[in-house]
Design a protein around this ligand. Structure first.
Ligand SMILES: Nc1ncnc2c1ncn2[C@@H]1O[C@H](COP(=O)(O)OS(=O)(=O)O)[C@@H](OP(=O)(O)O)[C@H]1O
Ligand SMILES: [Mg+2]
Length: 414
């Protein structure tokens, strides 16, 4: 069945357009590359423990989320609506608890800015208590699965405390930043979502790990996956591919350490593969270029992004994908640009971007607001004084993108 989808499979990462040119002066380039590699190793070394813990935590949360998404698809479970009318599931709470648990194992005094809090569980009467008991079960089951004999049996009080670790105010100092299920709408629809964890010090992102359990290893499949583009549902595509022994075809974890580059590895711990370095798109060819944006019109002006893309000469339709998977797409050059322009007055939260941003930056990209300013991570739980929207692209294309945004802005009604 897999042959139904004819993929034009490019070299996997960072080399979408053509093979790299051979250099006449390869020796100095090799020396520079070696120096860069050792810088990267040194940089990663400084945060090696944080990277290891974050990757382990995100892996555990990914397994947990996959189980809950399967329950949702079978309609054994349902999403709930929070006070702010956004969706929440068992996975949002349980993933936050399990990631907090893993970090706490290592740094008992850690602080975290996380999306969820346990109020609806502790103050939500019988319904809240029932949901909490399911979350505790799920957390303990996942711990057993990953830690075996070493797994503790957490009580509901401990799980509530772990969820509430996400209530940090952020700001200066060292903080973890977590969106346990980013793109909850995609998650409940059986589509793309991400487990997005970052660590920052004094407003500087130092580590980012992003689990994308449904993200295909190869970018082109993401386009086929998108019902917006081709009418294939992700589950259908997964089914078509699953019949083949393709090994690692789906489920990616992106990692980045400041100054150490960005990498991609399989989500499934049973698949052994070395981390693959990822890099943003090298050249900008408008005819082949793609941009990605949120699926929902309510979250970003699709009219405005279409105008910016038009100014850049981009011809293809936008790749509309839920969650920070979009940052992963830019980081590994599936797409050249990511844009999000929410309605005036909407305040972006730091957990919706932190992990994705360091991954793109370490893959050679630049992420700023629409005025070209870097994002301010030290302002608390929100990205304060953000100018209009967020854009991510290669460092080389960034100024052209800024010019295109200005041009569109002056003729827009926003
Ligand atoms: N009105 C409005 N405008 C802009 N952004 C908003 C808005 N409301 C919510 N959010 C935040 O958007 C996060 C989801 O972003 P996505 O890129 O996944 O959006 S989309 O579902 O693909 O449209 C989503 O993250 P999750 O709640 O983790 O899914 C929200 O934090
Ligand atoms: Mg989010």
């Amino acid at each position: 069945m897999a042959s139904v989808i004819r993929l034009n499979v490019a070299p996997i990462v960072g080399a979408r357009r053509g093979a790299p040119q051979k250099s006449r002066n390869a020796a100095p380039i090799r020396a520079a590359a070696a120096a860069k590699k050792s810088d990267a190793a040194a940089a990663s070394g400084q945060y090696a423990r944080e990277l290891e813990v974050a990757t382990d935590a995100v892996r555990m949360a990914s397994t947990l989320c996959q189980e809950v998404q399967a329950q949702l698809m079978r309609q054994d479970e349902q999403a709930e609506t929070k006070d702010d009318r956004s969706l929440v599931t068992l996975a949002d709470y349980a993933a936050q608890a399990i990631i907090s648990w893993r970090i706490q194992q290592e740094w008992s005094d850690f602080t975290m800015v996380g999306e969820e809090d346990a109020e609806a569980l502790t103050e939500g009467g019988e319904g809240g208590a029932l949901t909490l008991s399911k979350i505790v079960k799920l957390v303990n089951k996942t711990l057993k699965l990953h830690k075996g004999m070493d797994a503790p049996e957490l009580t509901s009080t401990e799980v509530v405390d772990l969820i509430n670790k996400g209530g940090g105010a952020g700001g200066k100092g060292r903080h973890w930043v977590l969106d346990p299920v980013d793109g909850t709408l995609g998650f409940v629809r059986g589509d793309q979502y991400a487990i997005a964890l970052a660590m920052m010090e004094d407003g500087d992102l130092k580590v980012g790990v992003m689990g994308c359990p449904n993200m295909p290893k190869i970018g082109e499949v993401l386009e086929y996956d998108s019902s917006y583009t081709y009418g294939f549902s992700p589950r259908l595509v997964s089914k078509m591919l699953a019949g083949e022994s393709l090994g690692w075809y789906k489920g990616c974890i992106f990692t980045a350490v400041k100054g150490g580059g960005a990498y991609m590895l399989p989500c499934d711990p049973a698949i052994k593969a070395d981390p693959l370095p990822v890099a943003v798109s090298k050249e900008f060819d408008p005819q082949a270029a793609k941009f990605c944006e949120p699926v929902m019109k309510a979250n970003s002006s699709q009219g405005f992004t279409a105008s910016v893309a038009d100014n850049l000469g981009i011809e293809s339709k936008p790749l509309r994908v839920y969650s920070q998977v979009k940052y992963g797409s830019v980081a590994r050059a599936d797409a050249d640009v990511f844009m999000k322009f929410p309605k005036a007055g909407y305040k972006e939260k730091i957990w919706d971007h932190a992990a994705g941003v360091i991954i793109v930056e370490e893959a050679g990209g630049k992420v700023t607001d629409a005025g070209g300013a870097p994002l301010d991570w030290a302002g608390g739980r929100y990205l304060e004084s953000l100018d209009r929207g967020i854009v991510a692209t290669s460092t080389a294309l960034h100024q052209r993108l800024m010019d295109a945004v200005s041009k569109s802005w002056s003729s827009s009604q926003l």
